[in-house]
Write a new protein. Sequence first.
Length: 362
Amino acid sequence: MKKRVFVVGSGSIGTGVIRMLLEIKDKYDLEIFFTKKNPIPDCAPHVNALVNKGACFTPYQESRGKFRDLGIDTTDTLEELLPNVNVIIDCTEKGVGLAMKRNFYDALPKSIGILGQGSEDGFGVPYVYYLADDYLKLKRQEGQNFVQVKSCNTTAISALIYSICLKNNLVDPGDFLNGRISLLRRDADVGQKKGAIRAPKISKQNPEDQPFGTHQAKDAYNLFKEVMSIDLDIRSKALKLNSPFMHVVDFNFAFASKVVYEDILYHLGVYPLVALTDKESTDEIFGFGRDNGFIGHLFNQVIVPSVGIEVYGNELSGWAFTPQDGNSILSSVAAALSFIYPDDYLEIMKHFLRPPYIFTTV
């Protein structure tokens, strides 16, 4: 019997998840369903393109007739199909996932794996592919079926800390004293109509995110605290730029002992989801992904320009690039497969640990 995966939302993240799952659907007996909330005329080409590639469109009951008026054929509705799938991957806008959890998901059988995205704080077990697989397995054995995939910038921060500071010393972070991180966030994705800004804009520091600055450091702290029982002294601040390309991470780490430049490059180089680069601008790296990546995306957790790494005694300073939503798309696919093939999903994920998905250099 085919394993059913339902992707709720088909924006940037949802479309990436659908396209990646379609790449392996025949080999692993997957059936991919997706939905879109609003039946607006210009969505028809996008929906039909995904259907033509092998996905099944399933609307909400209330909008079924309007999608048919747009020439989009439908069979089941979301309400009919949800109780009969193996995994749900919610890729809706901020706040919608938690509303869907209250209105639909909480009433579903516990055998269904249900994933939310990074904006849905408290949705479920925190997860980043490669960093939290053992913890996810433990929680699933305890009966947990809700998972929160961490956001792209939280994933990038976590990958930097894990690869440079913690990977070989998980019980005790040892030399790592603190991390101070500035995020230069892109505004709207190149394909989005809304969200673009005319000039750089400072991100507010909300009271619920303190003492971490912005939510990205808070989310990374909570990930390491819950998954690895490690307390990290990390803080972040953010600035949104009027650019559609990539997020940029300015990181500064302090250690108890002297930092060796060659050691940093080695640890970054051997971590399989970090890419090193000699490029210095977001448009160059974005262009590389457009020309060489799957569906124009890069799926590394973070991309680090070696020219930007600087060592000052016990301090490390550097720059990094976050591949839009690619890293959280990768985690969403991994978490979904963990519910369908719990004993084999890490082996299945090796399909994606190579170009055009993951690159060692960019």
